[in-house]
Design a protein around this ligand. Structure first.
Ligand SMILES: NC(=O)c1ccc[n+]([C@@H]2O[C@H](COP(=O)([O-])OP(=O)(O)OC[C@H]3O[C@@H](n4cnc5c(N)ncnc54)[C@H](OP(=O)(O)O)[C@@H]3O)[C@@H](O)[C@H]2O)c1
Length: 306
């Protein structure tokens, strides 16, 4: 399968390049080679590559900054996916698009199902919701994967890397305890996307492609505070340098941010598990895998250690 991948330098883009099945020809673009704010450039690249599948892992992900840059967030998260979807359809190709738990308002206290009502609280979530709609309308053979609280070794940053940096510098950290969700390792998400691609392009005659919207996160649910505690437990065992002595739980009200965030954004993985044949790995398993990878990159673990 010839795959056009956007967002290659992001967390998910990095892991997709490692995890997509070796049989695929992956042509990967970063912001430097394909700027998604440039509609003409999107058309030109798709015309050149003529992909059988477009995987859009690029996005404007700065949730707080988006409040002050709504036009930019909409261009990247709403217009660009719609342009890609329409171009994919013209080539009779398929598209995998990644969306977010922030399309929900977080008022529920049970996991969100794919068909639950959306109601984003901020610009980022709203722009991502419009992106979903553009992909659904633009390309028949699509999969939209909503995920949450993503972290990985690639990309410019994540909660995990921020905690490790601050934990190396400070003895005390205050972390929000009243937002609950599911941390998701981009390596596990990339694996799931690889399976979705196989489902979108079934090679057995008569097999129906997997089309629609799916939730994929690691399994389980915790607060940012619980996640921070787990990060430091695992990191200590792997030899990451830590000055930290205490993690203190605080409320969202004590840590105001420009964008409002859902208090509860756990996504049900039932529909996805039924299609992919297994439930997603637990968040702690994903965290261990990512930290081991990071420890190897940073020379704390030898490349040979399993
Ligand atoms: N991170 C999360 O917690 C989270 C949660 C839920 C859903 N998601 C979704 O998961 C997907 C993958 O996110 P991620 O965590 O891998 O994000 P990420 O690490 O921020 O990667 C996004 C990539 O998109 C690139 N990008 C931004 N603007 C662009 C433009 N105009 N043209 C081309 N590329 C551009 C970024 O480049 P620069 O670095 O140069 O800006 C970055 O490499 C996204 O759809 C995101 O909305 C993420």
């Amino acid at each position: 399968m010839r795959i056009l991948l956007t967002g290659k330098d992001g967390q998910l883009g990095h892991d997709l390049q490692v995890q997509l099945s070796p049989g695929h020809e992956v042509i990967a673009y970063g912001r430097d080679t394909l700027d998604l704010e440039n509609t003409e450039a999107i058309h030109r690249v798709i015309e050149q590559v003529r992909p059988q599948v477009i995987v859009n892992a690029a996005a404007y992900t700065a949730v707080d900054r988006a409040e002050g840059e709504p036009d930019k967030a909409h261009a990247i998260n709403a217009r660009a996916p719609q342009v890609m979807a329409t171009a994919a359809q013209a080539l009779q190709s398929a598209m995998v698009h990644v969306s977010t738990d922030y399309v929900f308002d977080g008022q529920q206290n049970v996991p969100y199902q794919e068909e639950d009502d959306t109601n984003p609280l901020g610009t980022y979530g709203y722009s991502k919701l419009l992106g979903e709609q553009g992909v659904r309308q633009g390309c028949d053979r699509h999969v939209i994967v909503r995920t949450a609280w993503v972290y990985g070794v690639g990309g410019k940053g994540s909660f995990v890397k921020t905690m490790l940096r601050l934990g190396a510098e400070r003895e005390e950290l205050r972390v929000v305890v009243d937002q609950v969700g599911t941390p998701t390792w981009s390596g596990d998400l990339a694996q799931a996307i690889d399976q979705f691609i196989a489902g979108l392009c079934p090679d057995l005659p008569g097999q129906q492609p997997v089309v629609g919207t799916y939730h994929f996160t690691n399994s389980g649910a915790i607060s940012w505070y619980d996640f921070a505690v787990a990060i430091f437990e695992e990191a200590a065992g792997l030899g990451f340098p830590l000055a930290l002595k205490r993690v203190i739980p605080i409320t969202t009200a004590e840590y105001p941010t420009p964008a409002r965030r859902p208090a509860y954004s756990v996504l049900s993985g039932q529909k996805t598990a039924a299609v992919l044949g297994a439930p997603a790995p637990h968040w702690r398993q994903g965290l261990r895998a990512m930290l081991r990878q990071l420890a190897k990159y940073e020379g704390l673990l030898s490349e040979e250690s399993s």
